[in-house]
Ligand binder design. Structure first.
Ligand SMILES: Nc1ncnc2c1ncn2[C@@H]1O[C@H](COP(=O)(O)OS(=O)(=O)O)[C@@H](OP(=O)(O)O)[C@H]1O
Length: 82
């Protein structure tokens, strides 16, 4: 995971070729950011346990409740997600 985070940070947020909706993810602008990792799993698959294990790490900031974006609110778009 640390390697992935490092390589993402190497991508400059000021690059003109990257005006995607997730650009604020890298900007450090203080705006709400999209997650760097998403836990996806079936019901009773142990996703809550995985989230709690990850939350213990001091460099990890995790959401409180499961947002259920992809199965319940995907049609509302990324604006809702933020
Ligand atoms: N490592 C490991 N091994 C075996 N079972 C495990 C493990 N981690 C979590 N669990 C069990 O997974 C159940 C919860 O899964 P979820 O977090 O996906 O639950 S939920 O669907 O979001 O409610 C929940 O099962 P139930 O207690 O039967 O509900 C957990 O006990």
């Amino acid at each position: 995971m640390a390697e992935g985070a490092a390589s993402q940070e190497e991508q400059s947020p000021e690059t003109p070729d990257s005006p995607s909706p997730i650009s604020s993810f890298f900007s450090g602008s203080g705006s709400k950011q999209l997650p760097q990792a998403i836990i996806i799993g079936v019901k009773k698959g142990g996703t809550r346990a995985l989230l709690e294990f990850l939350r213990v790490h001091p460099d990890v900031r995790a959401v409180g409740a499961e947002p259920h974006f992809f199965d319940r609110s995907y049609d509302k778009g990324l604006a809702w997600y933020r």
